[in-house]
Design a protein around this ligand. Structure first.
Ligand SMILES: O=C([O-])CC(=O)C(=O)O
Ligand SMILES: [Mg+2]
Length: 647
């Protein structure tokens, strides 16, 4: 048995940066980190996690007579994963509680139940010998591509999308590499299963389908000890957190604690589409209660059974969380806010934008993807953004976020001030057109859009009056782009741009079929949730999916790989331009304003490179020197779902 100083050990593992330059060809040991913790009564608990250690790193360990290696719990803590866990230091007093660590090579039964390292039947004969797996597996050795084929076959047997979702989640909990291999190589087919729209239904029924917990739950019960709770998570080198409080899950409203499906789903896309390592991703749900009566009365509900905490109680819990994650994971941790209600989302972004690397997917990610689609759509319809008139149904996070980014892009293109460029952009909310006479009663994020106009209460009248060239739905209310609305758009424009962005499919403002049929095949249409191609009068129309899934994985990778410490609007513009530039002539020929998801890893690498380049230009990147070829660098940073050889 040998001891390693923890700092040396972790540095050798490259855990302070997932973008290590490992060629991926080296042999690796599946290593489980084991934390033996004690509660205040001195009872021992046990949390295990795993890391893969490069062969060279493990040479010394390999010489050890036993596969169990203990890591010295005392260390000069300042360099342990750079910013992390600084209080566990040599200077700490005896009264200060610390976490004793040990590390062991995963083997035998435990290895088969460790999703990060399990390969199932793909373990080779040699690995079965070396890792005490003899007899624990049937004799057949099966290659990963055959495992993928089998899983795909099995998933296709399920008729019900939720069953497919559950099968995918089970796989993620059983064999992570296989899960990602399947998802990456069949992304068009499986994205709607692990993500929108099925994830919406999964959240609604999360309590009854709940098997293995995924992610970290932080509820009001944990107030005052969030730092401690974070330490229960088995991974220490976290680079991205997606956090929700479950109050506005997609267009489905308050799903409380059951919103966890969203951070889990978003982070699996961070890995599958953006190549961020799964071990670096942490899904979090903050449970402050729910106002959803149905859930409160549901015996299978998994969250706190109380009405939502608001005001100071809410703010204090969020603040404790934000402080704790920065203390634990450092300045370069990316925190993605997801599906918070409007009344918190803007304020949280404004508050923490100054102190943390934060990004609101619903405000900024959606804005960036829509702007990309519009830039691409101009190839069909001509003119510049400044020549168009925009009307939104929905003036929440997505609506005002998109509107603001369009105004910013026009302002950059024309040098006109934002107050001017906003004037061609109109928003309708539940009370009608947002106009100056409503200004006093408007929420602050709507005020910049209150232009001079007589009040109009109905969308159809606003369409007739404003005569938009682009109609964008972000209201979260389904079927609001009626036949009359679409027909009116088609009577005003030769090629009306119609975006039905609300999710999931049930909340879409209109279907793809309706958009094409009611516009006689002239609409340029995209939606937040996927729709199948539509045949109209013998022609096939392929609707694009204007979903923030195009943007956040690449944007996140760009921020992480450059060590960026703050998100800047110019990075969102750079992401939009990079995405738009990936639309090929072939895509245009099919009527697409977004490239297919099949090429998403390549697209994400381009987005990441553009975002990183902008971060370097703005002086916000901390990884120096700047890599020469940022696209290649982004690709080299990406997680591979292929199995690695274990010695
Ligand atoms: O999750 C999605 O599909 C897009 C999104 O952020 C939302 O609708 O809130
Ligand atoms: Mg969202």
């Amino acid at each position: 048995m040998i001891s390693l100083n923890r700092t040396t050990f972790l540095t050798q593992m490259g855990v302070s940066g997932a973008c290590s330059t490992s060629s991926g060809t080296g042999r690796r040991h599946p290593v489980s980190l084991k934390v033996v913790s004690m509660d205040s009564n001195g009872r021992a608990g046990d949390r295990s996690g795993s890391v893969v250690v490069e062969n060279s790193t493990m040479n010394e360990i390999a010489k050890a007579p036993s596969p169990v290696v203990e890591v010295e719990p005392k260390s000069t803590a300042s360099s342990w994963a750079q910013d992390a866990y600084v209080d566990d230091s040599a200077a700490a007093t005896e009264e200060q509680i610390m976490t004793p660590w040990s590390v062991s090579v995963a083997s035998g039964y435990n290895l088969l139940r460790d999703p990060r390292h399990n390969k199932g039947l793909a373990f080779t004969e040699k690995e079965r010998d070396a890792h005490y797996l003899r007899g624990l597996l049937p004799p057949a050795v099966v290659a990963q591509n055959i495992q993928v084929k089998k899983m795909l076959h099995n998933i296709r047997q399920y008729q019900v999308p939720l069953q497919k979702y559950m099968a995918m989640m089970d796989l993620q909990e059983r064999n992570e590499k296989l899960f990602y291999n399947l998802l990456i190589n069949h992304v068009e087919e499986l994205l709607p299963v692990v993500y929108t729209p099925t994830v919406g239904e999964a959240c609604q029924k999360y309590g009854s389908i709940f098997r293995q917990p995924q992610g970290l739950y932080i509820s009001l019960k944990e107030k005052g000890r969030i730092l401690e709770v974070l330490r229960n998570w088995p991974e220490k080198n976290i680079q991205v957190i997606v956090v929700t409080d479950g109050e506005r899950i997609l267009g489905l409203g308050d799903l409380g604690c059951q919103g966890m499906g969203i951070p889990v789903g978003k982070l699996s896309l961070y890995t599958a589409l953006g190549g961020v390592f799964p071990s670096a991703c942490l899904p979090v749900t903050i449970d402050v209660g729910t106002n959803n009566e149905e859930l409160l009365n549901d015996e299978f509900y998994i969250g706190l059974r109380q009405k939502r905490a608001t005001g100071q109680e809410y703010a204090e819990l969020i603040d404790e969380f934000m402080t704790a994650v920065k203390q634990c994971y450092g300045e370069k941790l990316l925190i993605q806010f997801e599906d918070f209600a409007n009344h918190n989302a803007f304020d949280l972004l404004a508050k923490y934008g100054a102190t943390h690397l934060v990004f609101n997917d619903d405000i900024q990610g959606t804005a960036s993807v829509v702007l990309a689609g519009l830039i691409a759509a101009l190839k069909f319809v001509g003119g510049s953004l400044a020549d168009h008139r925009f009307l939104f149904l929905g003036a929440g996070e997505a609506g005002t976020g998109i509107a603001e980014l369009i105004a910013l892009e026009i302002s950059k293109q024309t040098n006109a001030p934002m107050e001017e460029t906003r004037k061609n952009i109109w928003l309708v909310d539940s009370k009608g057109l947002i106009v100056s006479s409503r200004k006093d009663t408007l929420q602050h994020f709507k005020k910049p859009w209150a232009h001079e106009h007589k009040p109009i209460s109905k969308l159809i009248d606003a369409v007739k009056e404003i005569k938009p060239t682009v109609l964008i739905g972000t209201s979260g209310v389904g079927r609001t782009f009626t036949k009359e609305v679409v027909e009116t758009m088609a009577s005003i424009n030769e090629k009306p741009i119609i975006l039905s962005l609300s999710n999931p499919t049930s909340q879409s403002e209109c279907t793809a079929e309706e958009a094409y049929k009611w516009s006689q095949g002239r609409a340029i249409f995209a939606s937040g949730s996927p729709f199948d191609p539509v045949n109209y009068k013998g022609k096939t129309f392929v609707p694009g999916q204007a979903n923030n899934a195009y943007i956040f994985p690449g944007l996140g990778l760009g921020l992480i790989m450059s060590g960026t410490i703050r998100v800047h609007d110019d990075m969102l513009l750079a992401a939009s331009e990079a995405l738009a530039s990936q639309v090929t002539q072939d895509d245009y020929n099919k009527g697409l304003i977004y490239p297919p998801f099949t090429n998403i890893r390549k697209i994400s690498a381009h987005i990441a490179a553009s975002v990183a380049a902008k971060a370097y230009e703005l002086g916000l990147a901390t990884r120096h020197p700047q890599p020469k070829d940022l696209v290649k660098y982004a690709e080299s940073c990406m997680y591979s779902p292929s199995y690695q050889n274990y010695r």
